[in-house]
Design a protein around this ligand. Structure first.
Ligand SMILES: [Zn+2]
Length: 425
């Protein structure tokens, strides 16, 4: 029987992330007070990295930490030192997050190489286990930060200068924890990347499907709008004389929701649009709202539909604001196109699971992941395991141990298969 050391790893890292450290081994022990606070730069995050590094070394891996704190652990190739197969995820959490998001992917990759050790498997290409720095962006205010630098999409100097809420730069935080060095990982030398992750959505749990293979990571854009009307007395301002910013804002919410529903109906796709932020000022029942700040999140796996909805949203904000005599300013803080995964890697995961008689479905990821940055340079796909009730970024996040074991089995098999260097035959 394979010892469940991976289960111990997940429980132990989860313990490190809680305000009151506590081991949680089953779903019924969870409650809303037991969330993870393992933000990048915190002592809890440092401890989780030190724990993982110790386990990597114990497994005989060569550990290197790069300039921005991404951790890599290599099982040398038996035939070549080139074209590595990489797998991993992140150890940081959101504020009051769950114990599987990120951790599962790091521990699964680590466990895969431990199983190779147990079996004496000889990987021809090198295998790299990765733990990316600062995926959630909860402390250093930029999501996917470690992989962004790794993929060459942001200079390391820029990332290292970002401050957290305590005005500490990323460089200062990582130096204090001794968790960065001059090493730099070259993605040109990586042939494949697989990130295992909890689904963070309801599809697999609902369909009782053990594994999802991600074919496409969603595109994501935000539209921020500020509507400026006129703050005035709710009793003495006649209806006709009002410039009510919230009335315009309310129509934008309804219209955005309706449009997204229509697009899903017409194209059957993965369109989602959410007005998740609405700050009403001054925010008193007896004052006509003067200003409304809105944040709209739009996602789709189809780039044309996403751009269409974004353009329609911006046009209708302008139009509705005008109709209600309100000024509008609009900004788009980011606009990430959808990221298709590698067909070769998707097929490899599907074959590995079929060989193990584990059922799979292909799906989209509605959340962003480090994999989307790596995918720009490396053939990439993701393995999803079910999240109970689709809950994530919450203390109630849970994935059944059996499902994690299935995910590890598939990951181990596909890493083994991909680590065979066909050029050598
Ligand atoms: Zn994650």
């Amino acid at each position: 029987m394979i010892p469940q050391r991976w289960k111990e790893d997940i429980i132990e890292i989860g313990r490190m992330g809680r305000k009151v450290p506590q081991r949680i081994e089953s779903y019924d022990q969870l409650d809303f007070e037991k969330g993870q606070y393992r933000l990048e730069g915190t002592l809890a995050c440092q401890k989780s990295k030190e724990y993982v590094i110790a386990k990597m070394k114990e497994a005989g891996l060569e550990v290197r930490i790069d300039r921005v704190g991404n951790i890599f652990a290599r099982r040398q190739g038996f035939k070549t030192s080139q074209g590595a197969v990489m797998s991993g995820s992140h150890l940081d959490s959101v504020l009051n997050g769950g114990m599987f998001d990120g951790v599962l992917g790091v521990v699964s990759a680590l466990e895969a190489v431990r199983r190779m050790n147990d079996e004496g498997f000889e990987n021809q290409r090198p295998i790299e286990v990765a733990a990316f720095m600062g995926e959630e962006g909860s402390a250093f205010k930029k999501a996917l930060l470690g992989s962004l630098v790794l993929a060459g999409k942001m200079p390391d100097t820029e990332a290292l200068a970002i401050c957290n809420d305590e005005n500490v730069t990323l460089a200062e935080a990582l130096d204090k924890q001794k968790l960065r060095s001059d090493f730099s990982m070259e993605l040109d030398d990586v042939e494949y990347f697989i990130e295992s992750h909890v689904e963070q959505g309801p599809v697999l749990d609902k369909e009782k499907m053990p594994i999802g293979i991600v074919e496409n990571i969603t595109g994501l854009t935000w539209v921020n709008a500020t509507l400026s009307g006129e703050e005035n007395h709710a009793g003495t301002t006649p209806m006709a004389a009002r410039r009510d910013a919230l009335v315009a804002g309310a129509e934008i919410v309804t219209l955005t929701n309706r449009r997204a529903n229509e697009l899903v109906k017409s194209f059957g796709g993965s369109t989602v649009a959410t007005v998740g932020k609405m700050v009403v000022k001054p925010g008193a029942p007896n004052i006509v709202p003067g200003t409304v700040e809105m944040g709209i999140d739009i996602r789709d796996s189809n780039p044309e539909i996403m751009q269409k909805l974004k353009a329609q949203t911006i046009a209708s904000i302008r139009d509705l604001a005008k109709r209600h005599g309100v000024n509008s300013t609009i900004e788009v803080p980011f606009d990430h196109p959808p990221c298709p995964c590698s067909v070769e890697v998707v097929n490899a995961i599907e074959r590995a699971a079929a060989d193990l008689s584990i059922k799979t479905i292909r799906m989209n990821s509605g959340a962003g992941h480090d994999a989307q940055n790596i995918a720009e340079k490396v053939k990439t796909a993701m393995i999803f395991v079910p999240s109970i009730n689709g809950i994530s970024h919450s203390p109630m996040e849970w994935t059944k141990w059996d499902n994690i074991e299935n995910g590890i089995k598939v990951l181990t098999q596909v890493l083994k298969n991909l680590s065979r260097d066909r050029r050598l035959y």
